[in-house]
Structures are given as structure tokens and as C-alpha cells.
Design a protein around this ligand. Structure first.
Ligand SMILES: Cc1ncc(COP(=O)(O)O)c(C=O)c1O
Length: 405
């Protein structure tokens, strides 16, 4: 394909247009086959005929911080002690937003954010679009810092925290990041753990470990940030998040938050005004299904077997592009491939794909305020589509990249 002339490429592109395809690589959703692997969760409570967990009736109000066994599961995701975990709701994004609201209305051992003129948060880019839209919604000023392949550029992060007193935190995805797939190096994790010492007393690291257990190839091990925070006496400046959205059922999983005793107490003082208990029925289903870390590991391996071939397809098509035309990530886990075209080309590629029946995540979505300053980054989410559709999608995508030249 790479040796084709522009007119031959045009011809192939027009042929795709005629097919009136409706392909979609916009969001990192699990495929039906992935979801099917968790179907026993739909019946495991009725089969067990047990509605008690550790003596707690799962059908009633209470346990806003979650069932002990669910906390144990959360502890395995977050790499912290069970006593430092809260389990509530189905969405980690919801817990992140509740934590932001806590800081907004109650503060963290300092003035609430609502009493400050300006609150800024550092956003490693490219990143998760919903982190950015949430911050924008809450009126938080976002400051871009580039990712390096090993995590954020920490020289830049530290310089900003030292200089700009409006900075009250950083939001990051440390493992199999969305969309770059990178896992932060040991040095970056250590510097992140020390970071609050350079800034305001209420500095908060939002550590969204959404892809903590989601490796499909051998991936880099992530250092344990909470232990480092304890060592550097910054444990009150971090909140950790994860969920089973990409483990069991997306949107019907369970969500975890971790933090110091002080952080969790402060959070619950706010959160307990907004909800009476937690969904212990769903937690019990998850406890029955993901019995222990061995069962979790096995389940993630089974998911990985379904996911990896999709990423192999993406790579096999991108590898056909001539050298120097673009760069892209080769993730070992997570849900995304991050593609960097030459500056100024992403919008054109997006439009060409769209007009040939392939929807991509809008250009700019991976940056705060929806603005990619270099009009360069595109996110590919290959997990949900059938392999045959993924191949067609990638064919269109590389045609669009070539035609954008
Ligand atoms: C980094 C990151 N955090 C959070 C989420 C959403 O997780 P949840 O469904 O638990 O809100 C996603 C989903 O794509 C994500 O990529």
C-alpha cells in the first residue's frame, strides 16, 4: 500500500466511501466477548443464596465505606492496606469528582477551594478526556505538562509547583496510561510522592490507577506510591482511585478510593451527606466472582487473551506507514493507542476518516479545553470492535494518514 501513488490512494479511499461504513474507534469499551467472561456475576448471589457478608445484610442501607471483603479487593488494586480503602458506587470518575467536591467545599486541612480566587491542577498530556472535562466543569484551571514515555516531565512539574501558588494538585494515570499506554518509572513515582513538599499544604495527587491490573503483555512494574508518600510524610496529599469497569461490567462494576485515615475521614464527612450507604449487592457479586488475587489474575489473563490480538492488528497496520510520517505507542496494557501525526495533520486525518465512515475520538479531546496545541494527537480504541471491522478501520486510518501528507 505504501508504494501507491496519490491517485491510487484516492481511488482506494473513494471505494471505502462508497461502502457507507459505520465504524467507531472512539471509546475504550470492553467487547461483548470480554463482558461475557463475567456473566456468572449475574447469578452468583442467587446460587449461593446468601445475602450476608461478614454478618452484614447486603440488602440494607449502611457501610458507606464498603464491605470489608470488597475493601480487600480494592487494596489489591491500589497497593495499599484494606483499612485505607473505601468502596462505593460503580465509577471511579464519580469518586474523583466527589473528592474534588470535598476539596471545593471542605478543603484538605486548609481553606476550601471555593474560597480561593484560582485553583489550578497539573494535567500530564495527552490524557484522559473526562478528567479534563470534569476539571473544566468545576472551573479548575488546567496546566499542561508533557508526558515523556516514563510519566510526566517532572522537571517541569516541580518548577510549576514551586512557582505557581494557585496549583493545588496533579491528576495522573500512572499505569498503562490513557491514551499513551505508558507506565511511570520508579524515579517519576518517587518524585511525585515528594511533590507535595514543594507546594501548598493541601496539594492533592489524584492518582487514577484505572489500568492497574490491565496488562495484556509483560508490562513495567509500577512502584508503590503510597509507601513512598508514607516515607516522605505526604500520605495526606494523595487520593488513589481504581474500579472494575474494565474488569467485569463497564458501568456496573465497583469503584475504589484509597488514602490516609485523615483523607478518608474528611472525604466521608462530605460524601455521607450525598449517599446513605453503598451498593453492597454489587460488591458481594464481585467478591464471589473475584475471590482472591489468584482469581483476579486469571480473569485478567483471560481478558488479555481477547484484547491483545486487537492491539496486534492496530500495530500491524500502523507498521505499514513509511518511516518518519508519524509516531505511536505500543502499549502493554490498557485500552488505547496514542498516535502522533506530523504537527497540523490530526484534524485533516480525523475528517478524512469521518468522511469514509470511521469515527475517531475528536481531535483535542486528549488535551485540556479540547485543544491540542500541535493538532497532532489521535486516540485509537480498538477493544470493542470485531476484528474484521478493526481491520477495515485501520485500513481507512492509514489511508487517511497517507492522504493527509
Ligand atoms: C484513566 C481513566 N480513568 C477512569 C476511567 C473511567 O472509569 P470508571 O468507569 O470507573 O469511572 C477511564 C475510562 O476510560 C479511564 O481511562
Amino acid at each position: 500500500m505504501m508504494k501507491l501513488s496519490k491517485s491510487e490512494l484516492q481511488k482506494k479511499y473513494k471505494a471505502f466511501q462508497k461502502l457507507r461504513l459505520n465504524l467507531d474507534l472512539t471509546r475504550g469499551k470492553p467487547s461483548e466477548e470480554q463482558l461475557n467472561l463475567s456473566n456468572s456475576m449475574l447469578t452468583n448471589l442467587s446460587i449461593a443464596r446468601s445475602y450476608k457478608s461478614n454478618g452484614i445484610d447486603i440488602r440494607n442501607y449502611g457501610e458507606i465505606d464498603g464491605l470489608p471483603e470488597a475493601k480487600k479487593l480494592g487494596a489489591a488494586f491500589l497497593g495499599i492496606k484494606q483499612s485505607n480503602v473505601i468502596v462505593n458506587g460503580t465509577s471511579s470518575l464519580n469518586l474523583i469528582s466527589a473528592m474534588m467536591q470535598t476539596l471545593f467545599f471542605r478543603g484538605n486541612r486548609d481553606l476550601p477551594w471555593k474560597e480561593r480566587k484560582k485553583v489550578s491542577i497539573i494535567c500530564p498530556v495527552p490524557g484522559f478526556d473526562r478528567h479534563f472535562s470534569l476539571c473544566e466543569e468545576m472551573g479548575i484551571n488546567m496546566i499542561n505538562v508533557p508526558l515523556t514515555g516514563n510519566g510526566p516531565d517532572m522537571d517541569k512539574v516541580e518548577a510549576i509547583v514551586k512557582k505557581d501558588k494557585s496549583v493545588r494538585g496533579i491528576i495522573c494515570v500512572p499505569k498503562n496510561s490513557n491514551p499513551t499506554g505508558e507506565t511511570y518509572s520508579g524515579d517519576v513515582v518517587k518524585r511525585l510522592a515528594k511533590l507535595p513538599k514543594l507546594g501548598n499544604k493541601d496539594f492533592m495527587i489524584f492518582y487514577d490507577n484505572a489500568y492497574a491490573v490491565h496488562d495484556f503483555s509483560k508490562s513495567k512494574k509500577l512502584a508503590n506510591i503510597y509507601r513512598l508518600c508514607e516515607k516522605f510524610k505526604t500520605a495526606n496529599n494523595i487520593s488513589l482511585f481504581a474500579s472494575t469497569s474494565k474488569v467485569t461490567f463497564a458501568g456496573s462494576g465497583i469503584a475504589f478510593m484509597g488514602g490516609s485515615e485523615k483523607t478518608l475521614k474528611n472525604f466521608l464527612s462530605f460524601f455521607s451527606k450525598t449517599i446513605v450507604g453503598s451498593d453492597k449487592v454489587n460488591q458481594a457479586r464481585h467478591i464471589n466472582f473475584l475471590k482472591d488475587t489468584k482469581a483476579l489474575k486469571k480473569h485478567m489473563e483471560n481478558l488479555g487473551t481477547l484484547i491483545k490480538p486487537k492491539f496486534d492488528i492496530v500495530e500491524s497496520y500502523l507498521a505499514k506507514l513509511p518511516k518518519g510520517i508519524a509516531e505511536w505507542s505500543r502499549p502493554k496494557g490498557g485500552y488505547f493507542v496514542s498516535f502522533n501525526a506530523k504537527p497540523g495533520k490530526a484534524s485533516k486525518i480525523y475528517k478524512l476518516c469521518f468522511e469514509a465512515g470511521l469515527k475517531l475520538t475528536p481531535v483535542g479531546a486528549t488535551f485540556p479545553y479540547g485543544i491540542d496545541p500541535d493538532d497532532q494527537n489521535l486516540r485509537l480504541s480498538p477493544t470493542q470492535v470485531k476484528n474484521s471491522d478493526l481491520k477495515k478501520s485501520m485500513e481507512i486510518f492509514i489511508l487517511a494518514v497517507l492522504l493527509s501528507e
